[in-house]
Structure formats: structure tokens, C-alpha cells
Design a protein around this ligand. Structure first.
Ligand SMILES: Nc1nc2c(ncn2[C@@H]2O[C@H](COP(=O)(O)OP(=O)(O)OP(=O)(O)O)[C@@H](O)[C@H]2O)c(=O)[nH]1
Length: 433
């Protein structure tokens, strides 16, 4: 098994290069149109080179580019010179041209060109924006290629690297499954049917057991697949199938569409589990993440927090000011929480925090500090200064029943309110050593 050696944390200049595109285009009109779209919709830096000489100067200037969009013919150079220049600097390219010629397309197929886009096609700018966004996002994704044939593996890996993915390789099912287990960053799997120790369909079934469709796209492939084999791949969990030999264009489209779907599912899940106003996880997410946290570590400190007299904030300053206060308190809670804590907006002006692994005195001090932080907030909304306080009920014990903890924390919150508000009431059922 091998893995390409791209650093996980890019250096600052590398980071800037990841946001910079070289546009080699002699039509000023088209270049301007594309630059506006790429800047506004993707916030990318676009350097325009109307000639080969300008492209050479930009590439030699030391500023990196993660992608070049290029025409085929320039006043001072043809497609071969352009391709040679970009290959020499290791910059992947997308050809954007007004000329549709099968021969040019075939010539391009022999070069490391990601895609070939016709300017005149309706929606070509939208397609290009989608394509550039896709290539940029691919850089955060690891793909696993499982194929017994050296040439098959190398070919697929070279294409995936061209599309920006980090790539891990496996020559058999056992090492493929180990690689999947070891690396949660793998979001794309391309598996050939013909493996030495298991067929690709069985491999797909096993990979799918641990990685649902919102976590992993699986693309089956085979050089000798009949319709029943393709159907079995899909029934056993493959997201898609490509028959070998495939064209680069088909492979790119299938991979991209499947990764798009994966991200779309992620976005929808995010919308369903995140509170729209504060950005905190919502109650639904709290129960999922809370159950996971409880199974990992004990004892638990469960805190319910409620903003005091919040109705007055709304009544005095207006509902929008109330929203601003909710956001500020949510941000303070999120900033105070430690890495493994589970924070949520439980509803209205109520928040909860599940904090594993603290002693009772630590939990009391931790939430007392949070209470003080909120009381010290200076929330400015339309030139009005808003001050708020929170009451906090904290229950602390070894318990795997999240509902029971919530009920007790809620009761302690009631006591904090009854005791005068702006205070923490903490009870522990764990004997402290
Ligand atoms: N601005 C704003 N207000 C909200 C939101 N959700 C709930 N509220 C308001 O929060 C207020 C809660 O008021 P109450 O339950 O009476 O409690 P309180 O005024 O905070 O008083 P105590 O909890 O007893 O200290 C209500 O006025 C709700 O309209 C929201 O998303 N935005």
C-alpha cells in the first residue's frame, strides 16, 4: 500500500496557491466574464495571461497555481507549447476553447488535461465554475483505489491525482479493507471486480457495512462486466459503476457526480442538525452526539443554561436584538467548551452542554467561569448595549441515561432561577477521591 506524500497542513504560500487560478485566454471579453464569476462565486484569485509569454512569466514568478484554464491557440503559441509549459510547472489544466474538433479533442486526450469545455455551449461558464469548485474541494478528499493490476491501479490513481485527490493504493481486498479502517478521510473508493482474495462485489458489501452512503462513494469497475454483475455491484452498496476501458471524460463525470452527491447529503444533514440562528448543533444532534460521548467517557457533567429574563430583552430592545443576544451567548458557550464537549441550543433561550471526564469541583468551576463570561459580554446591537446573564443547572455523575441527566440538570436550573438567577447550582452523585 502506498500513499502520495502531500502535506496535511499546507504551508502559507501553498495555501495561497490553493486559491489561485491561471487563466490563459486571449479573448478579453471572455476572460473578464470568467474572472468575475470565479472571484465572486468562489472567492478565487485569478491571474489572466493573454499570451504564452505572459503565462510563462506568471508561472515563473513563484506564485503557485492549483489549476490553469487555457485556450488552445495564442498569438505566440499553440496547444502543444501551452501544454508543455503547464506540464513543466506541474499545473493541471482544463481546456476552454471555442473550437470543437474531434482531432483536437483526441490530441488533448493524450495530454494531462482534466476536461475540455466549449465556450459556446450554453451554461459553459456555470459548468466551469462548478468544475473549478469541484477540483478545489477534491484537494481535501482521499481516494482509495483497490485493483490487483499494477497498470490498472496506476492509471486510475494518476487520473484521481490529476483531479486533485490524495490517493491511497491497495492491490488486494485485505489491504484495501485495512486502509479503509485506518483512514477516515477516505471518501471515495474505486474498486475493481477482479481481486486476488475476494471479488469486488463482496469487497463493496464489506466496505459499505462500516461506511454509509453519506460517508463514502464506492465506484465499482470491471473489464468484463455483464449487466447482472453491474446490478450486483449496485445492490451490494456501490454508488456507481464504470466499465473498463473508460474514457477520461466519463470517469471524471461519474467520480465528480458521486462526490457531489456525497457532499449534498452532508449539507442536508448539516441543515437538519444545526440551529439556523446560532449555528450550534440542535436538540436532535445533541441526542446523537451525546449518546456517543457517554459511551466513550464518564463521569458526565450535564449543564442546562437559560438566559435570565430574556423576554425583557425582546420587549425592551426588539426581537432582532434578542436574536443578536442569543448568537452572542451561543458563541460564548461554544468558545468556552472543550474539544470533546457536546454543546447545543436546546430550544428558545435554553442551551445545554455535556462535558465528560471532569470531577465535580472542576465542573462547578468550569460552568461558574462560563456564567461570568456571559455576564461580562458587551453585546452591541444597532448602537444599543445589551447585557445578559444566565442561570445554570449542572448535574454530575456516572450515568448513561441522557434523558435522566437532562431532567436532573433542568431541575437544578429551576433551583438556580428560584435562588435569584445569574448563578450555578451544581449537584454531584460521584464520590470524589
Ligand atoms: N429573539 C428571540 N427570542 C426568542 C427566541 N426563542 C425564544 N425566544 C423568546 O424567549 C423568551 C423566553 O421567555 P420566558 O420563557 O418567559 O423566560 P424569561 O423571560 O427568559 O425568564 P426566566 O427564564 O424566568 O428568567 C420568550 O419571549 C420567547 O419569545 C428566538 O429565537 N429569538
Amino acid at each position: 500500500m502506498t500513499r502520495n506524500s502531500r502535506e496535511l497542513t499546507p504551508a502559507p504560500c501553498e495555501e495561497a496557491a490553493e486559491r489561485r487560478v491561471l487563466l490563459i485566454e486571449n479573448s478579453r471579453f471572455y476572460a473578464e466574464m470568467l474572472v468575475v464569476e470565479l472571484r465572486e462565486r468562489l472567492q478565487l484569485e485569478v491571474v489572466v495571461a493573454p499570451t504564452l509569454a505572459a503565462a510563462r512569466a506568471a508561472l515563473s514568478s513563484g506564485q503557485g497555481f492549483f489549476l490553469a484554464l487555457t485556450g488552445l491557440v495564442l498569438a505566440d503559441g499553440d496547444h502543444q507549447q501551452i501544454a508543455k509549459l503547464l506540464v513543466g510547472h506541474g499545473v493541471p489544466m482544463v481546456v476552454v476553447t471555442g473550437v470543437y474538433e474531434e482531432t483536437a479533442r483526441e490530441r488533448m486526450a493524450r495530454l494531462p488535461v482534466i476536461d475540455y469545455v466549449l465556450k459556446e455551449t450554453p451554461g459553459s461558464i456555470d459548468y466551469l465554475v462548478w468544475l473549478v469548485r469541484r477540483l478545489q474541494h477534491n484537494r481535501r478528499i482521499t481516494a482509495l483505489v483497490v485493483d490487483r493490476s499494477d497498470s490498472g491501479r496506476t492509471h486510475v490513481a494518476a487520473l484521481l491525482k490529476l483531479y486533485g485527490f490524495s490517493v491511497t493504493l491497495a492491490a488486494d481486498a485485505a489491504s484495501g479493507l485495512r486502509a479503509l479502517d485506518a483512514d477516515p478521510a477516505i471518501r471515495l473508493l474505486v474498486v475493481d471486480h477482479n481481486l486476488p482474495d475476494m471479488d469486488g462485489i463482496e469487497f463493496t458489501r464489506r466496505a459499505r457495512q462500516d461506511r454509509p452512503r453519506d460517508m463514502l462513494s464506492i465506484i465499482g469497475s470491471s473489464a468484463s462486466a455483464g449487466p447482472s454483475q453491474i446490478a450486483r455491484f449496485l445492490k451490494h452498496g456501490a454508488s456507481d459503476f464504470v466499465a473498463k476501458p473508460f474514457s477520461r471524460e466519463e470517469f471524471f463525470c461519474r467520480i465528480s457526480q458521486n462526490i457531489d452527491n456525497l457532499e449534498l447529503i452532508g449539507t442536508l444533514q448539516d441543515l437538519a442538525t444545526r440551529d439556523y440562528l446560532t449555528g450550534l448543533p440542535n436538540r436532535r444532534r445533541f441526542f446523537q452526539a451525546g449518546a456517543q460521548a457517554m459511551s466513550r467517557e464518564q463521569p458526565m457533567a450535564m449543564a442546562m443554561l437559560d438566559i435570565d429574563h430574556f423576554k425583557r430583552v425582546n420587549d425592551t430592545h426588539g426581537h432582532d436584538a434578542g436574536d443578536a443576544a442569543l448568537k452572542a451567548v451561543a458563541a460564548a458557550i461554544a468558545a468556552h467548551a472543550r474539544g470533546g464537549d457536546v454543546v447545543a441550543r436546546y430550544g428558545g433561550e435554553e442551551f445545554c452542554v455535556l462535558a465528560p471526564g471532569m470531577s465535580a469541583p472542576q465542573a462547578e468551576a468550569f460552568f461558574e467561569q462560563l456564567r461570568e463570561t456571559v455576564a461580562d459580554l458587551c453585546i452591541v446591537f444597532k448602537e444599543q448595549l445589551l447585557k445578559v446573564t444566565v442561570s445554570i443547572g449542572v448535574c454530575h455523575r456516572v450515568d448513561r441515561d441522557l434523558h435522566a441527566l437532562l431532567t436532573d440538570a433542568d431541575h437544578l436550573l429551576y433551583l438556580a432561577k428560584a435562588g435569584g438567577r445569574n448563578r450555578v447550582v451544581c449537584r454531584s452523585w460521584v464520590a470524589e477521591s
